[in-house]
Design a binder for this molecule. Sequence first.
Ligand code: ADP
Ligand code: MG
Length: 390
Amino acid sequence: MKLDISALRYLTSEDWRVLQAVEQGSKNHELVPTPLIQQIAGLRGGSGVHKCISALAKVGLIAKVKNAKYDGYRLTYGGLDYLALNTHRKANAIYSLGNQIGVGKESDIYITASPDGRQLVLKLHRLGRISFRTVKANRDYLRKRSTGSWMYLSRLAAQKEHAFMRILYREGFPVPEPVAWSRHTVVMEFIDSFPLRMIESIPDPGKLYGELMDMIVELAKRGLIHGDFNEFNVLIKEKTVGGKIRLEPILIDFPQTVSTNHANAQMYFDRDVACVKRYFERRFKYTSDEPGPFFADVLKDADPERRLDVEVEASGFSKKMAKELERYVEVVGGDQTEADGASVVGDGQDDAEDDEDGEGGEDEEHGEGEEDAPQDPQVDDPELAEDLGS
Ligand code: ADP
Ligand code: MG
């Protein structure tokens, strides 16, 4: 599922209203019937709405779906992308879209720029993209979900990521500055760096190791465990200080972060620690003389008055939301699972709706509501970054 913004500038204000109406209608309708779209959009005259609907379906922002009772439309990931981009554009968070710099297992990462030319990163969460055939556990849980619920989970992931980053950044933890959040997307500071994974050798592995362990410990003292603390999620920034190169680790990727009060907190903490230990042993042949850190020790030093997990919950990312997302993360796992044979497939929508058993009543109608996303224009030169129009 590539992000193609070529149709963005051609959408009329009515098209946007209809697209928003489909989104709103999706909150309580798996497929949104045309009369409801018309009603929510509040546009006079039926033919105008039909014209918008077919324009949106033609560029793949909504898709026509049939069920036993009626025909209707649903938002596609492309449509959701457009709505989010439009919100960021209107809020002056982003002005142009550049290269795709990362394809995570379940996210797409693009370089973007703000109206004043600051480089930023746009992360689009794409839960449900992982190929379920390769995930053994709870395959049914994954397969039975509808597109709407994937989008809902992707939104939760973005909301959670933004909520954690905001608070961590404010507290001085080394994370990218979060700039904005809309639907399934987060806009954040671009870190000019390499993932630790790409670093061949470092002059003083012990120093970096110590800094990473400190980070894990400091987070836990404030009530948080990253949960996927690995060489892909630690970015290494090179800084020249007084003629010397200093390596500065920056932590990213927060959708699986848990509270130290979580039932499995000890396991998550130990796993994060073990992950760093193992990586330093393998890659840099470095083993620390010191045992630990140990979860029980960290809890003794924790500061109950300054718990960030409690603050995130109070900020609107509720326990219930956390649980919904957690169920999914447990099944699919973090970045490491990639190495265990899980694979990425082209389009979450297709895969999420992949109905191997031939059951399920939905039938995509091709033609008007082309399901395949339009081809990606591939901007390779940042100079050619496309502005988003106005
Ligand atoms: P995923 O959830 O798919 O693992 P990540 O947030 O870990 O997504 O991002 C995937 C990759 O994109 C990272 O490994 C990194 O290379 C790049 N990336 C993500 N965020 C940034 C950022 N703020 N600045 C620079 N590169 C980034
Ligand atoms: Mg990651």
